[in-house]
Design a protein around this ligand. Sequence first.
Ligand SMILES: C[S@@+](CC[C@H](N)C(=O)[O-])C[C@H]1O[C@@H](n2cnc3c(N)ncnc32)[C@H](O)[C@@H]1O
Length: 307
Amino acid sequence: MSSNHHQSVMFNESIDALDLIEHGIYIDATFGRGGHSQGILDRLGDQAQLIAFDQDLSAIEYAKDKFNDPRLTLIHSPFSQMHTAIEALGLSGKINGILMDLGVSSPQLDNADRGFSFQTEGPLDMRMNQTTGLSAAQWLAQANEEEIANVIYQFGDEKKSRHIASRIKKFQLEQSLETTLQLANLVSEVVRGQKKKHPATRTFQAIRIFINQELKQLTETLEHSKDVLSNNGRLSIISFHSIEDRIVKRFIQKNSRQKPLPKGLPVANQALEKMPFKDLGKQFASKDEVKHNKRSRSAILRVAVKN
Ligand SMILES: C[S@@+](CC[C@H](N)C(=O)[O-])C[C@H]1O[C@@H](n2cnc3c(N)ncnc32)[C@H](O)[C@@H]1O
């Protein structure tokens, strides 16, 4: 498989959830290799627009090379800046749907030079946007033991977080920690693997989430979506682990559930508060998809429509 291949997860379900309008304006917040974007473009009319974001320059360069569609606008930016870009385009409140397919793409994982994989040797980078910020190696060199342990615990649910952080700091007394396999081996010394899970899975996930500020990005973008979307505009969000899904779930619940009405007021006087969103529920990948694409096993799609 070429290093540019990414098999889109819950392809039909996530696009169907947008309930596309033929000449609507849509956002793909996570272009990747453009699988979902192509699916959306294929179903839209010639007056429609798709604005695609990715903070990874290689995704945008790939898009410029392979996608030649006048309806597509590409933006190299974290999606948390979506509201600013959309405002600059004069499209605030006019977007008919936002698709987010969170996490990393297969080309990012498969390219050893990006440092996301604990299975292949490469520089410990892990930045989706390599034009800014600290690499994982730089952060691990400057953070203290407690900070490292907290990240691994909070974003990886790793019970051995303190042992791992202590092992990392001990290693760094002798030599600098620069590569993916150095880190994977250190973690394997203190964590036992479970079934098919590599011992370093949770540690790599945690450091990646921290380095890319993934949860902060997601939380901010969900808030901004209220201004970006038009009435009846939809959110279609695929997440891949429970920490991420919890943020999406809570956002939708908080913005769609009616607060209990004050007791004692006559029903006639009780104006129902209009909530920003209506919750359209969640879906999982089909058994068939899970059989063919392992990555879809943990996918959760949540959908909401703006009121
Ligand atoms: C799972 S892939 C998307 C795959 C895509 N849906 C497809 O079908 O090819 C996630 C992509 O989103 C990008 N990404 C993740 N977080 C981002 C953020 N906060 N801002 C912008 N892009 C982000 C990653 O760089 C990656 O290319």
